[in-house]
Design a protein around this ligand. Sequence first.
Ligand code: ADP
Length: 481
Amino acid sequence: MKKKFKLKDFFNSLRVRIAALILVLGVVPCTIFAFSFMAVYEKRSVDSDVTELVAKGQVLNKQIISSGYLNQHESELVDDQIEMLSKSYSGRIMVVDDTLTIVKDTFQADEGKTIIWGNVVKAFQDKTTSLYDDENNYLVVTIPIKAEGDDTVLGVLVLNKDMNYIDTNLEYFQSLSIILLIILYVLMIVVAVVFSYRFVRPLHKFGRAVSDVDRGISQELVEVEDYTETKELSEQMNSLLNRMRVVDESRQEFVSNVSHELKTPLTSMKVLADSLNGQEDVPVELYREFMADIGDEIERETKIINDLLSMVKLDKAEATLNISPVNMNELIELVLKRLKPIAEKQHVELLFESFRPVIAEVDEVKITLAITNLVENGIKYNKEGGWVHVSLNSDHQYCYLKVEDSGMGIPQESIEHIFERFYRVDKSHSREIGGTGLGLAITRGAVSLHRGDIKVHSVEGEGTMFDVRFPLNYISKEARV
Ligand code: ADP
């Protein structure tokens, strides 16, 4: 199905963001450069014109002084030089004497007039000044006229320059910059599109690989090693895939185990019933015997179903927990009292040792189930005249529970399997004594729900010890995060 285009998705896309970044990084500096170049050009031009005019003015200055031009107002040589200079930069030069009278004006417009202007006054205070009017495009430089080695200002030179050329040049630069910037923008857009696509390509590759696995097209693991990040992502994805496979396999195995376990008593019942039906004139005793066997099988089936239901409830977890403060000493005594008849039947002694009164925040039903399973196993897998020893202790944080027996023990190679569902060390013996292979799985599930753990030590032929530990105060999932 084609995905609907969404503006938000578009802007959130990594590709668009990378493209935008490349564009910004490429375009902004070039644009700033183009504009600042023009501003710098204007300033540099004015500065160099001022320097040039001052230098030329200094030369003129010397000749005005040496020719006594300010007093006689006549010197063909100086006049020529002033005219030549003004023509050389197409400007205007005025010479002002100490009475502020314009004694020479190359434009001849203001000769003989008095000039009262701030910069001229400043020049009489021995200051060279310049004024650039960028609106009307002219530059005026005022230079004091004075003899060398003497600070007395005898007159002022006013050099005026038309600066229109700056505007002309700027206009030229502007149109050139616009063309260059447009070319650059187009180039940057191409670069941004190409590179953003290349940068994001491994992510698309990763997405396709995951989707292939998801749709069952590929069983291969995801391997995108273009970037360190995609490599890490692939590893994490593969570990998730492996876990999912393990879960799936164990689910399948569980379903087939459940079917098998549920079928076994049914098969026995069918065999018993068929053999009764297949015989004529069956003696009543045989009927009774077979019916008693069928009753046992029904009981067994019920036990398996009950254990399965307990396990399903534990799997639903957290939400179904009913936590309250429970007196553990009383709880254990009650469990032992309930199991006493079975223990006596097997001639197994039940012992309870408590180091202190322990109150723990637990789900009473689930913890009772866990302890019952452990003690029941201690009795079931024991020998005549054996014992099961339960001890209870605590510190400020944990409740410690030990269930020790003098039974047959567990072979070393089976220890790591005993908590698995339907695992039994000796299938036929366990069946004989009414085991379903679910007891320890239920126990471990219940202890884990209380954030506890369970350990087992066993020596074959000598006995087994289960060590259980869980926090006295229940730690909820939210509190753990
Ligand atoms: P079952 O219902 O068969 O007892 P469990 O899950 O309770 O199932 O135990 C799994 C297997 O671990 C048992 O079949 C038994 O072989 C072994 N086991 C458990 N507890 C003990 C014990 N205290 N002593 C010896 N073996 C034990």
